[in-house]
Each structure stands twice: as C-alpha cells, then as structure tokens.
Design a binder for this molecule. Structure first.
Ligand code: FCB
Length: 512
C-alpha cells in the first residue's frame, strides 16, 4: 500500500486536485498499462485487498423500509403527503407499509448478522421523534429506535445513523420548508434530541442523505416533494441545509462526547465531454454544485464556485457570519457512488432521460443559466434495470479525487448498488439467482480496493440495500435489495448476491 507521504506527493502533482481527466483522456488511458476504464481483470478481483477491520455493511432509509406510517404517535411527513397524492408514484405505491421494517426489524437484523455485516446504515424518521418537527419529544419514537439499536449492538453491528433521509415533517413544510431559514434551528434541536437519547448507542452520525438531491428535486425542479419548482427556493433551501448541517454538528457533539459526525452525500464523478477548456470548466462547475456544495461549506466555510457569475449570495439569503455557522470539520467524509457523468458547457437548459430513478434526475433544468452546464449519464457500460450505467472505475476516480482534495480523510462509502428485478426461482429451491448484481459488486469493490491500495483511507462500504424497498417516485417497480421482499406477505429471501456479499464480509476479500 502506498504510504501517506507518497500519496500526498502524488496529490500535489494532481492538477487542481479536483478535476478528473476528460472523456478522451480516460479512453486513451485504456491503451496504456492502466486497466480499461470501467472494466477490471479477474486477477485484480482475486487479489483485491481490504484493510483489517474493514466495515462491510448495508444501508436502508426510514421511509423506504419502515412502513407504520401513522403508528406510535408519528406525524405526517412530506413523503406521506406526496405518496397519498394521486399520480405521483409509479404503480400508486406508498410507504404506508413498505417492508414493515418498523415491526420486522428483529428478523432483518438477524439476516444482517447471518451475513456477517459489521455496519448498518439506517435513517431516523424525524416525524416519529417530533411529529410536527418542533416541540415536545414523542418518547414512543425514541423508544422504538432504542430497541433497534439494542438489537444491532447485540448482533455486533455498528449503528450508522443518518438523521435525515428526505422525510421532512409536513408541519415544517407548512412553515415554508427548507427555504425557511428557521428550519436550521429546528433541525439542530432535533439532532440534539437524538444525540441526547441515543448517543450512548450511536457514535456515527450523518446529518443529511444526498442534500443536493432533495433540495434540488424538492424545491428546484419539483420532481420530489414538496414539488416546488423555483431556482431561488432551491438556493435558499440548500443554504438552510448548509447552516443546519453546521448547527447539527455542534448540537450532536454538545450532547454526546462519543459522537463522530460525517456525511452521506450523493456524488458522481464528472468528466469533461471533450478536452475543450469550456467543457473542463463546466465539469468543474458540475463537481462544485453536485458533489461539493455541502462538503466545501463544512470543511472550509465557503461555497465552491458552481456559478458562472460568482456565488449568488443575495438570492440564497446569505448573511454575514454564515460562513462561521457552516464551517464544521467533519470527522470523516461519507458519500455514495452510483454512476458517472459527462459534462459540457451549455447556456441552454437540458433534461436527463425519462427515468424517475433518483440517480438519473440530476440534469434538471433548474439554474442552468447560472451554472451553464449540461450533464449526461453515458451509456457505454451495461445498463441496469434501474436505468443506470455500470462503470466500476468511477468509484476509484471519485475516492481518489476526494482523498486528494481533502487531505486524505477517512472515507465511508455510504451507498452503492444496482437495481435488478430478479425474483425467487421455484425450480431452484426458491433462490434468487441475481448474478448480475454479484458481477456489479465484484468489479466495483475491486476498483475500491485499488483506491485503498493507492493510499485512500476507506473504512467501510454499505451496499444499497439490505432489502428491496420503496424506490421513491418509482414505487415498488425497482429492486435494489440484497434480500428479496415479497410485499404480499413480507417474506424475506436472501438473494444469491446477499449470500455472496456475506461470504465476502466473512473472508474480507472478494471470494468467487
Ligand atoms: C440513492 C438514495 C436511496 C436509493 C438509491 C437507489 O440515491 O439515497 O434512497 O433511492 O438511490
């Protein structure tokens, strides 16, 4: 493994630290001794090494798995309101029952244990803790999560808590939602409540899942709840979330001395579509907006320059002193990887494909006149049933980019996975032979191991997802789980990929 000094030496040599090679350069790479981008050899897979104590894990999110939408005093969330509105969700799916994880968590945690998992990333539903997002604590909600934490700790699994995976209490949306700056304070109170009551059991906290996605899709393009479409609202919402992230960091640390706080950002490595200067700077703007908009603010207290004409402070409602509120040196950096983007300069707006999958929606038109880039998900690699291109090399590029740009931080891979619709096969004992998912993880994890061998300090990988679940606007038409869920009777069947991933976790290497 490369030592820290040679890693940093290489970092200094990297141009600008954040720009990825352009699309043509990436391809030229394949002619040299480097592996062909997007593919990796069987020998590399067999030899892939992970550090001792590497945390193999799986992830879920409250609204996507819990169900029990109005039990034990839980308030309504914006996702409850959205899914109960006719026409919003494919197949008219809702999270009312979902995987019934709220009641079935003991059996789900037993599966995680059987598969040798060492980390479980889940999220807490704010509306279970404070039904309208403010005021008195609903102790039934706290008690529920205490029981879940007991079960995890008992199974030897690290609880990794995301405080917010998109299910804002409707009561706070009624006050104006994230564009209302007051939400930063309410959120800090909520974070403090969680740390106070659950801080003995949870030490690893990530304030927001994919903040760019829920602010942009919720307020900029209106594809997600609350369904507002105003670029100024997006800018304001994103700024409140940046303030909230800083405030929450402080309130968690104040309530729990054991706490470490990081992130769960969505990131896509961005490659300039050509080596034209205009496309290179467009790719840098994409990176600033879609990858670093909530990271740079935490680490350095300033917005990365995602805009052609400079940061629009006035429109976002920036006040003197906000830089100090936002700046909180994260203890580790967590991000997801699903797919990559080719980016070009463009004054006109551009939309991505027709899929409703969250990962393919980030080319929405909002703000295009300010950011002036067009991004597309390429289709050179195989496409999953979920509509995403598979490009294993992307995780290597992303991990190395973040390692260089932020002085080789501890990294947690908070999500990665693929949607395939394989079902139990009764002629084969009811197994779910999802070989494409195994192939996906084999190549991607070998690329991750390559980044680790090159000096990146990655300490965990969370496969999305522990269970098939409610996939936002796509409802139940996508299956990302390593365990199959039959929604008619809630029967769980661990897929072949889950069995394989369990063997990988036990062996700490990529077994055949
Ligand atoms: C990510 C989300 C997660 C799930 C996967 C497929 O963007 O964080 O909730 O929807 O995509």
């Amino acid at each position: 493994m490369m030592d820290r000094r040679s890693f940093l030496g290489r970092s200094l040599a990297a141009t600008g630290g954040t720009l990825l090679a352009c699309r043509e350069m990436g391809q030229a790479d394949s002619a040299s001794s480097q592996p062909v981008p997007g593919t990796i050899s069987e020998a590399e897979i067999a030899n892939a090494k992970f550090p001792e104590g590497f945390l193999w894990g799986m992830a879920t999110a409250s609204y996507q798995v819990e169900g029990a939408w109005n039990e034990d005093g839980k308030g309504e969330s914006i996702w409850d309101r959205w899914t109960h509105t006719v026409g919003k969700i494919r197949g008219a799916g809702t999270g009312d029952v979902a995987c019934d994880h709220y009641h079935l968590y003991p059996q789900d945690i037993a599966i995680l244990k059987r598969l040798d998992q060492k980390s479980y990333r889940f999220s807490i539903s704010w509306a279970r803790i404070q039904p309208t997002g403010r005021g008195a604590v609903n102790h039934k909600g706290i008690d529920h999560y205490k029981r879940v934490m007991d079960a995890l700790l008992e199974a030897g699994i690290r609880p990794f808590c995301t405080l917010y995976h998109w299910d804002l209490p409707q009561g706070l949306e009624d006050l104006g939602g994230w564009p209302n700056r007051d939400l930063a304070g309410y959120y800090a109170d909520y974070a403090g409540i969680l740390a106070k009551h659950l801080g003995d059991q949870i030490q690893v906290w990530a304030p927001f899942n994919m903040p760019w996605t829920f602010t942009n899709l919720g307020y900029g393009t209106g594809v997600f709840p609350p369904g507002r479409a105003s670029y100024t609202d997006f800018l304001k919402a994103a700024h409140t979330v940046n303030l909230a992230q800083g405030e929450a960091f402080r309130s968690i640390k104040a309530a729990s001395s054991k706490a470490t706080v990081g992130s769960a950002y969505g990131m896509s490595p961005a490659y300039p579509a050509t080596d034209r200067e205009a496309d290179k700077s467009a790719a840098a703007r994409y990176n600033a907006m879609n990858n670093l908009y909530f990271l740079e603010t935490a680490m350095h207290g300033k917005y990365p320059n995602a805009f052609v004409g400079g940061v629009p402070y006035e429109a976002m409602g920036f006040r003197a002193g906000d830089d100090k509120i936002m700046q909180v040196p994260l203890d580790w950096i967590g991000f997801h990887y699903y797919s990559r983007r080719f980016v070009s300069a463009s004054a006109a707006s551009a939309h991505g494909g027709g899929s409703l999958a969250t990962e393919t929606q980030d080319t929405g038109a909002a703000g295009n006149d300010l950011t002036q880039f067009t991004s597309v998900m390429p289709t050179q690699g195989p496409i999953t049933d979920g509509g995403l291109e598979i490009w294993p090399r992307g995780i290597y590029d992303l991990v190395m980019q973040i390692s260089r740009a932020y002085n080789n931080p501890i990294i947690e891979i908070t999500e990665s996975g693929c949607g395939y619709l394989d079902t139990p096969y009764d002629r084969d004992g009811g197994r779910v032979p999802d070989t494409r998912r195994i192939e996906f993880f084999r190549s991607e994890l070998a690329e991750l191991a390559r980044a680790i061998a090159d000096g990146a300090r990655v300490r965990s990988f969370h496969a999305w997802s522990a269970l098939d679940n409610f996939e936002w606007n796509d409802g139940y038409t996508q299956r990302y789980g390593l365990t199959y869920v039959d929604y008619r009777d809630q029967k769980r069947t661990v897929k072949d990929s889950g069995m394989w991933y369990g063997r990988v976790a036990a062996a700490n290497r990529l077994v055949i």
